[in-house]
Ligand binder design. Structure first.
Ligand SMILES: Nc1ncnc2c1ncn2[C@@H]1O[C@H](COP(=O)(O)OP(=O)(O)OP(=O)(O)O)[C@@H](O)[C@H]1O
Ligand SMILES: [Mg+2]
Length: 521
């Protein structure tokens, strides 16, 4: 029996040759590159279809809205599709819709994808907030404080409450946590405000995404294609890149090691991948490189999609075994450099001038090299890419609604949950403080009254005795001890509220793997 593979297309010279991606090596990652309008998105679409057909779930981001077409059957009346299918080695062409689940960080075009602040961790949050090292250090410290004190950090208002508390009373953090400047806290607060203005509030909170929900198959054995509606998210490139990075790190942490397998567990497409690396600090780059390298053995294949392969760091490029290179332009010296670099990464095929071919490829044509027997790259082929079975292009809002209404995940994720966490814990404490202050005010008022009455008493002994009695009653109501300091009480109330859930979160925080645990000491 032929090995499970995903058909990409067919090359014609000197004779028709099937170009496919072997399921067995699909976890050795891949690259889809090419200038705008050369066919990258359709290639992504046919790869997603192919994996789904093999029963492998897929995750991808839909930046322009044109990937959503996967959820609808292609145009059966278009004669060009079957014609192209025949030329590209596809003998069983028919149009067909694919099982798609829509997700949306903002919860509009798909089920909300949420993560808690503590799940995200200080490193990625600092990246989202664009903090410098000092500010990131303070954020780390606040996370540590919250962990130590059992304060749950779920959503943005929890983090806000924690920051506000640190600003109001920095000394109460205690010497264990080092010095924290108000100015730095102020910068973090402002960065947080910017993040909120970008609409990130919706992303943080519960119910948080369960990763296994990204790894579903249908009853008839097809892999579910998770489409993240990213047109809005993409407006904030930093948020977009950090979010996808968070997903990768979660997958990396949660999935068990598995040996070589016939098929990957999940295929993850990272569109506009250069954004991940844009001015990323060295420490983060190293971690990304490490995650990409190690996630392979957990059965996750990552496919980077980008216009120019030079936009990816060499350490990452070197790990991408399966390559589909669409046309590149060669106008400027930088273009020409990219062409040469892209050409150099292919295993040569006699008679094919790769560098020239890259600039001559038509739309929907590509240079293809995949991993073959023994994980060795096949010689590069110039191939015509097969047509998709699903629709090329966008879908209507009604079509999206229909897909969403049939989704098994709407009950689980669509309504937000707001359970007691740092914000409520700290607010309850602030409420108790306000009550205590009102009580103290009432008592001093009573004392003033008593004193006034005592003066009167000099004139009238009866009145003085009465006033004295009132003062005694007031004194009896005075509390036995001073209220706890704010931090102390927050900690106590948190400890009281501590449930197994808190334990789980904290345990998880401590166990955070590669990305989350990265600290800059
Ligand atoms: N394999 C294919 N089969 C049929 N048509 C294709 C194929 N590849 C590309 N096309 C045609 O070319 C058009 C452009 O392709 P595509 O949208 O994939 O380009 P792109 O590289 O993603 O562009 P951009 O960078 O602008 O997003 C498609 O809308 C489709 O009409
Ligand atoms: Mg595109």
């Amino acid at each position: 029996m032929a090995e499970a593979s995903v058909l990409i297309g067919q090359s014609g010279e000197p004779e028709p040759m099937r170009c496919a991606l072997a399921g067995r090596y699909a976890n050795r990652h891949g690259l889809v590159a090419g200038a705008t309008g050369t066919g990258k998105t359709i290639t992504l679409q046919i790869l997603a279809e192919g994996f789904s057909d093999l029963g492998v779930p897929v995750f991808l981001a839909d930046i322009k809205g044109d990937v959503a077409g996967l959820s609808q059957a292609g145009d059966a009346a278009n004669p060009k599709l079957p014609e192209r299918a025949l030329k590209t080695g596809m003998t069983d062409f028919r149009t067909q819709a694919y099982p798609v689940v829509f997700w949306d960080v903002f919860g509009r075009q798909g089920h909300p994808v949420r993560a808690t602040i503590s799940d995200l961790g200080p490193l990625l949050l600092a990246r989202m907030l664009d903090l410098n090292d000092t500010q990131e250090g303070v954020l780390n410290l606040l996370f540590k404080y919250a962990d130590d004190q059992g304060l749950l950090l779920l959503d943005l208002k929890d983090l806000r409450a924690l920051l506000a508390m640190a600003v109001d009373n920095p000394a109460s953090l205690g010497s264990d946590y080092g010095a924290v400047s108000k100015a730095t806290l102020g910068v973090i607060q402002r960065a947080l405000l910017t993040l909120e203005q970008q609409g990130a509030e919706a992303f943080f909170g519960e119910p948080a995404l369960q990763l296994e929900d990204f790894m579903q198959t249908t009853l008839d054995g097809r892999g579910v294609i998770n489409v993240l509606a990213a047109d809005q998210l993409f407006q904030q490139p930093r948020l977009y890149a950090t979010f996808l990075l968070w997903l990768l790190s979660e997958l990396f942490e949660d999935l068990p090691e598995r040996g070589d397998a016939d098929l990957p567990k999940l295929v993850f497409f990272f569109d506009e991948a250069h954004l991940l690396f844009n001015d990323a600090p060295k420490a983060l780059l190293d971690k990304i490189e490490q995650v990409v390298r190690l996630i392979r053995s957990k059965g996750v294949g990552i496919y980077f999609i980008t216009q120019n392969p030079l936009d990816l760091p060499e350490t990452i490029l070197g790990q991408l075994g399966n390559r589909v290179q669409h046309a590149l332009r060669a106008f400027t010296p930088r273009d020409q450099k990219a062409v040469r670099a892209a050409a150099d990464t292919f295993r040569a095929k006699p008679g094919l001038d790769v560098a020239t071919a890259i600039t001559e490829l038509g739309v929907g044509e590509a240079l293809v090299s995949t991993l073959g027997e023994g994980g060795v790259p096949t010689p590069v082929e110039r191939a015509k890419v097969r047509p998709p079975r699903s629709r090329m292009g966008a879908i209507t809002p009604e079509e999206r609604q229909t897909v969403m209404s049939r989704s098994p995940f709407k009950a689980r994720y669509d309504a937000a949950l707001d359970r007691e966490s740092a914000y409520e814990q700290l607010q309850a404490r602030a409420g108790q403080q306000a009550q205590a202050a009102a009580e103290a005010e009432r008592q001093s008022e009573a004392r003033r009254l008593a004193e006034a009455q005592a003066k009167e008493a000099e004139k009238a002994r009866l009145a003085a005795e009465k006033a004295q009695a009132a003062a005694d009653r007031a004194a009896a109501r005075r509390p036995a001890r001073e209220p706890d300091s704010v931090w102390e009480s927050a900690a106590k109330s948190a400890a009281r509220a501590a449930s197994s859930e808190v334990g789980r979160k904290i345990g998880r925080e401590l166990l955070r793997g590669l990305l989350g645990s990265l600290s800059r000491r």
